[in-house]
Every structure is written in structure tokens, then in C-alpha cells.
Write a protein that binds this ligand. Sequence first.
Ligand code: SF4
Length: 302
Amino acid sequence: MSEELHQVAPVPGGRRADLRADCERCFALCCVAPAFSASADFAIDKDAGQPCPNLQADFRCAIHDRLRPQGFPGCAVFDCFGAGQKVAQHTFDGQDWRSAPRIAAQMFEVFPIMRQLHELLWHLSEALTLPPARPLHGELRLALDETERLSQGSPDDLADLDVAAHRQRGNALLVEASELARAGVRRRRIDHRGADLIGWHLKGADLRGANLRGARLIGANLAGADLRSADLTGVDLRGADLSGADLSDSIFLTQSQLDAATGDSATTLPPSVTRPAHWPASRPAPQGPRRQAGSRRSRAGS
Ligand code: SF4
């Protein structure tokens, strides 16, 4: 779905190379299976299981090169972590929902389950690259192998899987890995887990080693912020300004989160993600007074 994700980049961290979306080997499952609600992310309402009206007969998007201006930024940033091609090519053995409509309902049911498994595989693989998490590597490998085994299941196996319970077990390990990885750099124990930081002014903030899991940083000004070793699991970065920010050693950052934010050539990224194509080469010159949203809260990370 994402125009950025069609460019499959090499991924450090071994098995994560298989966890990139490969739309050419999928049957546009993300354009059919989920429901859309008309919003800033999607220009239309669409029921689950109904093909998007922009989807062509060849499973390509008619507005692929202009998703954002046409009101579909949610498509531009979506990442299936390789679940689409796994369901299409492995679970359903290359059959597609158009020519085999009898499998369509189960294919659409299985796709979001597979996506959750693949997202967990992505994060477990990253945790295995964190040297301070070495004491957990044995458990992480077991969890990775079990998650991979589950993802190889039949359509019925996957449909019956309690994926929420499995994710919960995996997440507990990831939290432990994050604690270990941040222990040496966390100087002030900044903890914004699940916090509502929408529009906050965090320009230049020292957020090294911060716990930001699940925080909502929509539209936040993080320009020049130091996010090294910060845990960014599930952080909502839509519209956040990451210009000049340092995310070089940030933990559990995904391409989708990055694609939803803005940044520039001075933003420093970890090697597992690529600079979004829509980011400007450098920050545009300021035009008049800059609105500092939520500036009364500017001490959040300082
Ligand atoms: S706009 Fe394009 S990418 Fe988005 S759901 Fe529709 S067909 Fe898919």
C-alpha cells in the first residue's frame, strides 16, 4: 500500500529482512480487508472486505503516486511488516480473493492476525540486536521461533489463534528488553508511557532513554530533540516534527511511524529504517512567528 514501502531496503538484524512489505507478491489485502473511516488518513468510508474504489483489477492502486494529495496519507504510511505476501503466498498458496472468492472472507480474517504476528517478529528481532538485552536473548529467541511457527499455520489455525494473548506474552519480554537497553542511559527516568503529548513543544528536549511507549505525540514539535535510546514502541508520531532530531539508537521505531512524521536531512535515524521520500532535504525557512503548540507543557522532556 505504501509508496515508500515498495522500495525494499536491506535491514540490519537478520530475520527482519523478511518483514518488509512486498506489494508485488500480495493481492492488495490492505486495500480490501480493513474498514476505513473518512478522516485525515482516508478520504472515504469503506466497509471491511470491500475493495477500495481506487484498487485496479491488477491489484495496483490507481493513485499510488499521489496518495497524500488525494487524501490517503494513511495508505502511504501503512506497513504490513510482510504479512500481506505471507498470507497471499504461503497461507493461501498463491490464490487470490478475486479468482477464488470462496477464500476471500477467511483471507481477510487472517490478514490482520498475520500482521500482528509479523509486527511482533519485527520487534523481537530488534530486541535480539540490543547488546544490553543479552540476558534475555534465550527467551527472545524462543518467542521469535514460536511466533514464526504460528505464522506458518493453516488458515484455520490462524483464524483460531488467540493472537492478543500471544502478543501480550511477547510484549512482556519486549518491555524487559527495553528496560535493560535503557538502564545505562536513563539519567532522569523520563516516563511518558501512554501519555497524551499531542501538540507538545519538545524542541531540543533531552529525551535520551525516555520511555514513550504508546504515547501520542501527534503534531508535536520534536525538532532537534535527542531521542537516542528512547523506547518508541507504538508512539503516534503523525505530523510530528522530527527535523534535526537524533533517533539514531531509538528502540522499536518502525518505518510506518517515521513515514507519518516529518523530518529533514538532519534527522538521524537508526539503520533499520529509511528516510521517508516525502521529507524535504532541509527544513523550510520559517515564515513568521512559529506556533509552539502546548508550550506551557514544554518542560515535559527537559
Ligand atoms: S487508495 Fe490505493 S493504496 Fe489506499 S486502499 Fe485504495 S487502492 Fe489501496
